[in-house]
Structures are given as structure tokens and as C-alpha cells.
Design a binder for this molecule. Sequence first.
Ligand SMILES: [Zn+2]
Length: 363
Amino acid sequence: MFPEWTWIVGFFLGATIGSFLNVVIYRLPRKISLANPSKSFCPNCKHPLDMPDLVPLFSWLASKGKCRYCQVKIAPRYFFVEVVTGTLWAGIWWRYFVDGGPNSDWIRGCIYLATAATLVAIIFIDWELYIIPDEINAFLLFLGILFASVTGRWTEFAWGYLVGWGVLWGIAFLGRVAFGKDAMGHGDIKMMRGIGAVIGAGFVLGSIAIAVVAGLVIPLLLLAARSLKGKTATEDGAAETEESLEEYKPEPIKDLVVLGACYLVSLDVVGIFWPELWKKLGYDPESESIEEDDWKPSVTTIPFGPYLAIGAITCMVFPGLVSGLWDSYWKRMTGESESGKEASVHQVEWQPKSPGSEKFANL
Ligand SMILES: [Zn+2]
């Protein structure tokens, strides 16, 4: 559809979006409005930032990662988010706008660009603060609804939504009942529901499989990197206190069931616009706010959300690779036969062809 060189356009558009995501990542969990103040500011000296400070990638490099006004170091995260978002946008741009393989159309490409950007915000917020704001999960759901409205692929939407919610809530429930542990954060359940609504049930399962592998490999790489760097571990190490381990109480099973049912019908989205809802149901949404939350994660606490998000992003950028691996896994599990019930259901999942998406694919 587009010439090959346009991936560079995708990269810089993505880096610009990444610059905005940095604002979201900082402000949303701290309950600062995204619109007010309209100008970005230095988190340390609060000096408003002007155009020269806001050029994606280049500003951070030119100022050597320091605030121009107070000279305090700006976290490398700002640069990193822009690079990551740019790279993901270049990949999705290539896959859906240049390469134009089977089952790729420009509407799917646009939705995936927005979804990948949303997941970048989730990765960095969840990694730092161990929460996924309801607003972001609602936005994922909105993207799924938008995608289905435009293409008419409501069946894929519904299965993805249900499987995303069901598998994650199921893990949380089993973990709680069988092992007495909070196995899955509520944010993860809401996030996979939204991811499923966008990428469909097959890729939800693919995302979870990738997340499990990434969840084993990435912490090992981080630990290795930390032991090489030595002292930087203290920041996180300080968080591990004896009290935080003693105070650990898993949430009541009743809460998990009631709130799980709320997430199934997306009541959390209603709760964003009408916070009274939670009080009426007997829950305190403020307990999720980061200022009042004195729970500190230990070093061994690993948020699973970032890995699920990485899994979903992998499915969007390399759909052929993921579905190919999954198919060969299924064939092995089902004894090389494709006549099995799962295999046939599964094939339909990977190749969702609604009349709408075919129509747009030819544009
Ligand atoms: Zn400053």
C-alpha cells in the first residue's frame, strides 16, 4: 500500500506519540489532568517545557538527559518510551501498511497502532507503580468496539473479550482458592478483556503463552543486568521490608467473585464516570490510588501486566509467527491430526474473515 521507506514516517510518528505517552505515564496514575496544565513540565522544578524541549528523541539527546532549567537528570524512561513506541509503530506500519500480507488491512493497522501505544503506557505504569489505571483499560475496550463497529467483526470481539476476561479471572480465582494467593491483579483481568476485544481470542492465548515465557526470561536478564551494575539494586531493594511481607493478606474470595462479575459486564468503565458506583457496591476505589497505598512490592514481586502487554504486542507485530508456532504446537499436542475439534475451531480463530474486513482489505 505504502512504499517501503515510509516505515521511517511510522517510526517518527510513533516517537511523537511516545512523547505524549510520557505525559500519560506520569500524570494518569497521579490523577493529574492530561489537559491541564496543557504544557508539559519538568517533574522536578515544574518549569513549563517549550518547543525545543519537546522534540521527540532529539531533545533528550541534545540536553544529555538533563532538564535545561534545573539541570536535574531526566529519567532515561522518557527517551526509552519514545524509542520503543517509534520502533513498535515502525513494525506495525511495515506489517500492515507496507508488507500487506494475508489478513492485513489498513483499519486493523490503525487500530493496532493505537493499541500498541496504549500498551506501552500500561507497561511503564504497571512496571513502576503496580497499577493499571481503569481509564487505560477502558480505552483498550473502546478500541475493540471501534474496530468491531467499523469492520463488523463482532463475533471476534465477543470471543476475545470473553476469553481475555475468563482466562485471567480464572487464573486469579484458581490461585486464590487453591493456593490462597492473589495470583493476578485486577488490572490484568481488565486489560486482557480489552486486549482480547481488539486482537481476538486466539491471540489472547498466544499473548498469555508469550507472557509466561517472557515472565521467566526477562527477570533473569534484569537480575543479570543489576548484578553487573551493582548498586542500582538498592532503590528497589529498599522497598522490600519485613512488614510488607507480614501484612500480606489475600483478598476475600467474595470480592474476587463480585468484582470479577463487574469486570465481565465492564462496570469498571461506568465507575470511571460515576465513582459513586463502587461506594454503592461497598468497595472503595480510592484504595487503588498510589498516594494512599503504602503497600510496597518486594523485589520478588513481578507485575504480570507488562508481560501480557509484551505478548499482545508480539502478536500484533508478528501475527504470522505467533499463529504458526501455536499451530505447530497444537498439531503436536493433538497428534499431528488437524481433524480434531480444537484444531478446526482454532483455525477459524486465526483467520477471522468478516465481510467488512475483506472489503476494507482491498482498499
Ligand atoms: Zn527542571
